[in-house]
Design a protein around this ligand. Structure first.
Ligand SMILES: [Zn+2]
Ligand SMILES: [Zn+2]
Length: 374
């Protein structure tokens, strides 16, 4: 994989190419005006954007995207939220960044005025989606409630941007927010992780980054479960001490075996499988903690009595709160793990529908598919 940096011009044109969402699954390439950054905002020239599982959700079902109070379809709306680029224009009062800086973007800029935003939980902003007309509270979640990065330019709140070090490629920089989501899950659930045991269930991008971060944070042992040997092998490269293919082995039995019958302190659940919470609860020890970073589409039965009797804590996380993406960047900058091994495919901007197809159907074992501009 050839990793690169964009060398495009910093000059800002009047219009830009952008993909917009018509009916479900229908993306269309069109021209839009280049957006203007307001106070505390920055115009970013998008240099690379990764396809996320949530993009596929939005394309099919609309949610969790909410545009002008409703579904995102047929509103000239642009998705895409895992991106990096170059600062090309500053809004009024912005001095945190300079023209030409390379930046990677967090998704959520909360309203900054609700209780959750004030607590640093801006990914759970109470004013989610309120950014239009009389209801404008200033909330932004690019690619969810405001225009995202399947376009040549995107506006970002200054709080959501992070400097990209020179030695990091554009492609790697799109993965920082994925690592930030795993970091947020570990932060919320675990606090001090050093010397504690953890199982990560589901080797998707967030699960794999969860393994890498848990190992870097000193967790011991780090156990990864999944169904695909190729992904489990990647987990090993990223620091998993043990991997369990649930097609061949009972993961609960195996985790208990690896922990002398006690179970792990923590489970980071990234599979979204319907029995995942029940299995996670049985993998963890009494007083242990489970963080849910994925979800099934249907309501599922849960063995609540087991959770209560064993004092098991269950956390749900949304996105990349409490500046976790900044901490993830610090780890990646120090090369504590090599996130680039989850980047499997690259496509051009005009090929976004093909990139989406690769991500969706996991063609050629695709994990992170990155779209590179220009
Ligand atoms: Zn995402
Ligand atoms: Zn808020």
């Amino acid at each position: 994989m050839q990793d690169t940096k964009s060398k495009r011009s910093l000059e800002v044109p009047k219009t830009m190419k952008a993909w917009v969402l018509d009916d479900p699954e229908q993306l269309r390439l069109t021209e839009k005006p280049v957006p203007e950054p307001g106070p505390a905002e920055i115009l970013v020239r998008v240099d690379a954007v990764a396809i996320c599982g949530t993009d596929l959700e939005i394309l099919s079902y609309g949610l969790p995207a909410i545009v002008e109070g409703g579904p995102p379809f047929n509103k000239n709306f642009t998705i895409g939220h895992e991106y990096m680029g170059t600062v090309v224009k500053l809004g009024r009062g912005v001095d945190e960044f300079a023209i030409g800086d390379r930046v990677t973007a967090e998704i959520h800029a909360g309203c900054g005025r609700c209780e959750r935003c004030r607590e640093g939980m801006y990914t759970s902003c109470s004013n989610y989606g309120l950014n239009y007309g009389d209801k404008n509270k200033g909330h932004r979640a690019n690619g969810f409630t405001t225009d995202g990065a399947f376009a040549e330019y995107a506006v970002n709140n200054v709080n959501t941007l992070i400097h990209v070090p020179d030695e990091m490629s554009d492609e790697e920089a799109t993965l920082v927010v994925t690592a930030g989501t795993a970091m947020y899950g570990l932060d919320v659930m675990a606090g001090l992780l050093a010397g504690k045991s953890i199982a990560v269930t589901g080797p998707g991008p967030i699960g794999l980054m969860g393994v890498a971060l848990a190992k870097s944070l000193g967790a011991q042992p780090v156990i990864l479960t999944g169904t695909r040997d190729s992904r489990l092998a990647m987990g090993k490269k990223l620091g998993a001490d043990h991997v369990i293919n649930v097609r061949n082995e009972d993961p609960v039995k195996k985790v208990l075996e690896l922990t002398r019958g006690r179970g792990v302190h923590y489970v980071l659940e990234c599979s979204g499988a319907s029995n995942a919470l029940n299995e996670a609860a049985k993998m963890t020890n009494r007083g242990g903690r489970v963080c849910l970073a994925a979800f099934p589409h249907e309501p599922v039965p849960v063995d609540l009595a087991h959770l209560v009797r064993n004092n098991i804590y269950v956390y749900g996380i949304r996105g990349e709160g409490r500046s976790a993406t900044h901490r993830a960047m610090a780890f990646m900058q120090q090369k504590r793990f090599d996130a680039t091994i989850i980047h499997t495919h690259t496509f051009a901007f005009e090929e976004i529908p093909t990139a989406i197809k690769y991500a969706k159907e996991r063609i050629e074992d695709a994990i992170k598919v990155v779209v590179k501009m220009g």
